[in-house]
Ligand binder design. Structure first.
Ligand code: Z5A
Length: 202
């Protein structure tokens, strides 16, 4: 698969600030016309899968859940990510395959793989902090809990532990950031760590 663009992903537990940071980064890079996507979703099929996974109140088998997240991702890869990278664009993804490795692999205990047709990110920001802080932010903001957010605190801790292992295994791709800092401080660090890749992509 030939690629010329830059692929940036944000990962972390609930309410760690991924969406906030992905959007701030998209704004900072606006002159380069970045593509900002979120998972699950980002395509017509993906948004329907998102609805099924999070909001329909369905009982979903753990493995079926994993394939649904991955089906949404594959559609996003085919429709948006690969064409954008091939055109030399910057793609910023709010969650990507590491979410499946952490949630379905780490917390649900399923065997997981990285499909060879899923592009690897050039850089992955892992926003880390106490899971209680992120869940508390959602409560403060009055967000209705989706199917995944209703999981126990132990579940969310297992997700955090899985992210920790993923980042330790690939230190050249992951950038670990303290998610308890201010929005501006985190964004400063995000940009600072991205600059060498941007210089290289000129
Ligand atoms: N999931 C999965 O299981 N497997 C997969 O493969 C994939 C996903 C792709 C998606 O739900 C759920 O699906 C998710 C993982 C699972 N569930 N869980 N649990 P989603 O897309 O609705 O939710 P999310 O991806 O977890 O994002 P989020 O919970 O909305 O949080 P966030 O994007 O990390 O944070 P935020 O929206 O930027 O900020 C949350 C609040 O905190 C908000 O009020 C902000 O204004 C505030 N905030 C942000 N930054 C700060 C700082 N620095 N200080 C103070 N307050 C802040």
């Amino acid at each position: 698969m030939s690629r010329r663009g830059l692929f940036i992903t944000f990962e972390g537990t609930e309410g760690s600030g991924k969406t906030t940071q992905a959007e701030l980064l998209g704004g900072w890079l606006a002159k380069r016309d970045p593509v900002v996507v979120r998972e699950p979703g980002g395509t017509e099929l993906g948004e329907q899968i998102r609805d099924v996974l999070l909001y329909k109140g369905l009982e979903i088998d753990a493995e079926a859940e994993m394939y649904l997240f991955m089906a949404s991702r594959r559609q996003l890869i085919a429709e948006v990510i690969v064409p954008a990278l091939a055109a030399g664009q910057i793609v910023i993804a709010d969650r990507y395959h590491d979410s499946t490795l952490a949630y379905q692999g780490g917390a649900r205990g399923l065997p997981t793989v990285w499909p060879p047709t899923f592009p690897r990110p050039d850089i992955t920001y892992l926003l880390e902090g106490p899971v209680e802080t992120g869940l508390g932010r959602h409560e403060e903001a009055g967000k209705n809990k989706d199917r995944m957010e209703r999981e126990s605190i132990e579940f969310h801790r297992k997700v955090a532990e899985a992210y920790d292992r993923l980042a330790a295994a690939e230190p050249e791709r992951f950038v670990r950031i303290d998610a308890t800092g201010s929005r501006d401080k985190i964004q400063f660090e995000v940009r600072d760590r991205l600059q060498p890749l941007l210089d290289g992509a000129r």
